[in-house]
Design a protein around this ligand. Structure first.
Ligand code: ZN
Ligand code: ZN
Length: 553
């Protein structure tokens, strides 16, 4: 049953207080307890349908019952300012038919509704004035710990709140009431202050190393290079052991195994924020794509936004490094180039032929990808920024050619670009299967390889009739040579291939089975995106099913 603050908020009587989970009343001797989605408010008495209003199918306590529940069961645990809260409820209930019941329920709790805004005692007023410079340095924020260091006791906190000087914004953090704020910078400031509550900004900024720094999409947004994205501000912290992340009500902490350094930090209005390049490098740690959905598109937009900035080269280098390092599913370097070159006005056809076509080789090493992406981005950004650059299409073709010596597959009528041994990927695999390996017996087989017997078959040759392959050891034919079968010859697959000159990468399966497996991989929506060579080619799953059945037969 929904109760307490949550119920009152659902009835439209008050805002739910900060950082409280939905509250459910439960009969029984539970402790106060929180799960990920709700907090339990234990009740000894049975719950009764009399006290329940059903709102849109959801059983919610009536306001009066919720107030009783709140007062009876540790209201003080949730807020030490019930008087304020109840005053607001009485105000909001003014025109409601159940107003009398609500007022009676509040009266029964024994909480006195004080007159608002009592003047501060002179001593407290002086202490409050002493914190003025601290509050200015923290953009109007102040923590309970800092107030206590100034000799302000917990009961004094309440007086400050009653005097409408501060409002609570997070656990242990308050903001000056006349300084409301929104937006990514304000959220980041709150996150930074809430991260370390017992030191002053001066102490924290003078430390040899930063304790935590705004990073990720938050830092990029503060630098005006992108959208802040959804979710809490991101803070980088150094964490020795586990490289995980932790979330509080104000921030998402990204644990980093490397020590943070002031070299990477810009101070934005007193707030330490990673430079764009450092924030991008930090996003590159997100190797599972948890922070940004489309990391490649996000990086491309940053690059475009940074076209005219003085630190553009550092940003481009950081993006290229991430694009080369991250797995393609998380961030495809080609997708970064694609978006930037489209913005620079390069045609779809050229992109399909160069970046997405065979000129982009599967076997580019990470350094090559990094170099290509960095150079190509710089060229495109020059054009975007309006600086005279070379013709982009020639740049693109030249760069990929120089780095990859693009050639077409030598197999007649094959239109794919060569990726290895002058063949396209598919034909290179086929050749590998058929090639007779160099004979270790020492015969010079480089000119005309002479076939040599090996067991029941030929050295280096998998006898494949389409449906079955023959075992070199016993001569019998199987659809695949399983481990169980090879064990009868006391061999592992590795040893079998060595013994008969078959390359280790070749599977011991017949063409039929291999094709079926390839078909399964290609039609599986989870894997097909990974193995598509040409994004413009129709996906197998897009084809009419009649055609598909035809192919598999
Ligand atoms: Zn080919
Ligand atoms: Zn056998």
């Amino acid at each position: 049953m929904v109760t307490a603050y949550t119920a009152l908020a659902l009835h439209g009587l008050a805002d739910p207080p900060v950082e409280t989970l939905p509250q459910l009343a439960v009969t029984g001797r539970f402790q106060h307890r929180q799960t990920a989605t709700y907090a339990i408010v234990p009740r000894r008495a049975e719950l009764s349908w009399d006290d329940v209003a059903v709102l849109d199918g959801l059983p919610v306590f009536t306001p009066a019952a919720a107030i009783r529940d709140l007062a009876a069961h540790g209201g003080a645990r949730f807020t030490d300012d019930l008087a304020d809260y109840f005053t607001a409820i009485v105000g909001a209930a003014a025109g409601r038919p159940d107003r009398a019941a609500i007022v009676a329920a509040i009266a029964a709790t024994g909480v006195r509704l004080d007159a608002p805004s009592s003047p501060l005692p002179p001593l407290l007023a002086r202490k409050w004035a002493d914190t003025a410079s601290l509050r200015t340095a923290q953009w109007g924020l102040i923590t309970s710990a800092q107030l206590q260091q100034q000799g302000v006791t917990r009961s004094d906190h309440k007086k400050l709140r009653n005097a409408r000087l501060v409002v609570p914004v997070a656990n242990g953090v308050m903001r000056e009431a006349d300084r409301p704020g929104e937006g990514v910078l304000v959220a980041a400031q709150l996150a930074w202050v809430a991260a370390v509550r017992d030191s002053t900004p001066a102490q924290r900024l003078a430390a040899p190393r930063p304790d935590c720094v705004i990073t990720g999409t938050t830092a990029v947004a503060i630098h005006g290079l992108g959208q802040p994205g959804k979710g809490l501000p991101q803070l980088a912290i150094t964490k020795e052991r586990r490289n995980g992340s932790r979330t509080t009500t104000t921030a998402r902490y990204l644990g980093r195994s490397t020590a943070l350094s002031w070299d990477d930090v810009d101070i934005v209005d007193g707030l330490p924020v990673f430079t764009p390049a450092a924030a991008i490098r930090d996003l590159g740690q997100d190797s599972r794509g948890r922070l940004v959905d489309d990391l490649a598109g996000y990086f491309a937009d940053i690059a475009i936004a940074a076209a005219g900035r003085p630190d553009r080269d550092a940003i481009v280098a950081a993006i290229a490094a991430c694009g080369a390092r991250l797995r393609t599913v998380v961030c495809d370097a080609r997708a970064i180039l694609d978006r930037v070159y489209r913005t620079a006005g390069v045609s779809d056809d050229l992109l399909a032929a160069t970046i997405w076509g065979g000129m982009w080789q599967r076997r580019f090493t990470a350094e090559r990808v990094q170099h290509i992406v960095a150079t190509a981005l710089s060229a495109a950004l020059d054009t975007i920024a309006g600086r005279a650059g070379d013709d982009l299409s020639t740049v693109l073709v030249q760069m990929l050619e120089r780095n990859g010596q693009a050639r077409k597959c030598v197999v007649p009528e094959c239109e794919w670009w060569a990726v290895e041994q002058d063949r396209c990927y598919a034909h290179a695999i086929q050749r590998r299967r058929e090639r007779v390996l160099l004979d270790p017996a020492g015969v010079d087989s480089s000119t005309t390889p002479t076939p040599r017997r090996s067991g029941h078959g030929w050295w280096g040759h998998l006898d494949d009739d389409g449906e079955t392959i023959a075992c070199h050891e016993c001569g019998e034919r199987f659809r695949a040579l399983t481990r169980t079968h090879l064990e009868t010859h006391d061999l592992t697959a590795r040893e079998y291939k060595q013994r008969h000159g078959i390359e280790q990468r070749i599977g011991l399966v017949s063409t039929e089975i291999r094709e079926r497996q390839q078909h399964q991989v290609a039609t599986n929506p989870r894997t097909s995106e990974l193995f598509r060579r040409n994004p413009n080619a129709p996906r197998l799953t897009d084809l009419p099913s009649a055609l598909l059945n035809d192919q598999s037969r």
